[in-house]
Design a binder for this molecule. Structure first.
Ligand SMILES: Nc1ncnc2c1ncn2[C@@H]1O[C@H](COP(=O)(O)OP(=O)(O)O)[C@@H](O)[C@H]1O
Ligand SMILES: [Mg+2]
Length: 395
């Protein structure tokens, strides 16, 4: 029997897998089924807003503010849009300080652009980006999530399958490319099912930017228009007024896209899975990043970040060696390591498979203790990042 050519075999596997994926997807998300965000109990809403449940009950029974749906057991259920209406309602009350209920940026407060990077795959960049975006949206912020990874895991978590739902010129590449097909950023931004979060999805097309950039740098006519590392920022600036925060999920390599993201960023999060091998590759990542940043700086790029933080992810606090590595990181980088760590949790890993985060799933579906512990750890991480941003805003 003639051996199969490797290229044919791989191509066939690609096709088999793609067919299978389509079938699985159609079973899981029938074509008409839109992803939707669950509602929130009044207790959850009270916690989110920092008011009492009684107060919310009083409001809804007196027709003040949005009217929640009543479930069969008489519980009030609020949609996230309604939670934000409540925020607006409270913020308008002259007795309250506006920033107690509305966390949106005020005139003069700069758009926050947070890049999540590390060239180590599996260091939980995408998970960290997703949870941060959702956490901030739950605080009522207007969030733009940008999927800069050609593998498009973040887009998939938002219910967009890169192969089926994201067509040509529908990623950030469309808004940063060098040729005449470049389009306004607004055209590649999509709304998501998650109130307050818009998404610029990714797919393989993003790789084009890595291929085109060296060519564009040679070609003076093109280079003159706009240097490669400014393009991500200018695309963001086109729509910046509509958002409080941009979260960029960077690809797992240090290419031109990542440099563009770093140039656009006001804050950088480097995710670390605390294991020795990951640490070794991280030191390389840092060296290469620093080299690249020098190059960009010399070319006139601005790289003034408000903050750089290392985020420990997928951390098992009961694992001795891991805890030692975290201690080492703190010793080496001090304050630059976030105090909170994202704990390794089956609930988070499973939620990744079902494409629902802890913020979305029903607490009862995973076991309350496991859920609460995992949620507390990611909330801790996100709260610290949120505080850093508020500090930049001078609050
Ligand atoms: N805190 C966590 N606990 C358990 N699994 C996690 C956690 N964070 C991420 N994961 C899982 O680890 C894998 C890699 O995470 P991902 O965010 O995709 O990393 P990256 O984007 O850096 O490649 C995913 O399967 C994800 O569900
Ligand atoms: Mg990823």
């Amino acid at each position: 029997m003639r051996p199969l050519r490797a290229s044919d075999r791989v191509a066939r596997h690609a096709q088999i897998l793609s067919t299978q994926m389509r079938a699985m997807r159609e079973a899981m998300f029938p074509p008409k089924a839109q992803k939707s965000l669950r509602t929130f109990t009044s207790l959850e809403v009270a916690r989110l807003l920092g008011v009492t449940d009684n107060h919310l009950r009083y409001m809804s029974s007196n027709g003040i503010g949005p009217i929640p749906d009543l479930s069969s057991n008489g519980r009030r259920a609020y949609r996230l849009g309604q939670v934000n209406e409540l925020r607006d309602h409270f913020a308008l009350n002259p007795l309250h300080e506006v920033t107690r209920f509305s966390h949106r940026r005020l005139p003069g407060e700069a758009l926050q652009v947070v890049a999540v990077a590390n060239f180590k795959g599996g260091s939980a960049k995408t998970t960290t980006s997703l949870y941060l975006a959702q956490y901030l949206a739950l605080q009522g912020l207007r969030v733009l999530a940008i999927d800069l990874d050609p593998q498009a895991s973040l887009s998939a978590l938002f219910g967009y399958q890169p192969e089926f739902d994201i067509g040509p010129n529908e990623t950030l590449y469309g808004a940063i490319r060098y040729d005449g097909e470049r389009r306004p950023m607004r055209e590649v931004v999509r709304r998501t099912y998650f109130d307050g979060i818009s998404l610029v999805p990714g797919n393989l097309e993003l790789m084009e930017f890595e291929h085109e950039t060296p060519r564009a740098m040679q070609d003076r006519s093109k280079r003159g228009r706009e240097l490669f590392f400014r393009r991500v920022r200018s695309a963001i600036d086109e729509v910046g007024d509509d958002y409080d925060v941009v979260v960029i999920d960077c690809p797992p390599q240090l290419g031109f896209l990542t440099v563009g993201a770093l140039n656009a960023a006001t804050g950088l999060l480097v995710t670390i899975h605390p294991q020795m091998v990951d640490l070794a590759s991280m030191s390389q990542f840092l060296l290469m990043t620093s080299d690249l940043l020098h190059v960009v700086e010399e070319a006139g790029g601005s790289l003034d970040l408000d903050f750089i933080r290392y985020v420990v992810t997928r951390h098992d606090p009961n694992d001795g060696p891991e805890t030692q590595i975290v201690a080492l990181l703190r010793q080496l980088f001090g304050e630059d390591v976030l105090g909170a760590t994202a704990w390794k949790s089956t609930a988070i890993a499973n939620a990744g498979l079902t494409k629902q985060s802890l913020y979305e799933i029903d607490r009862a579906s995973v076991g309350r203790t496991a859920y609460d512990r995992a949620l507390a750890s990611v909330d801790g991480v996100n709260l610290e990042i949120f505080r850093l941003m508020k500090k930049v805003w001078g609050r």
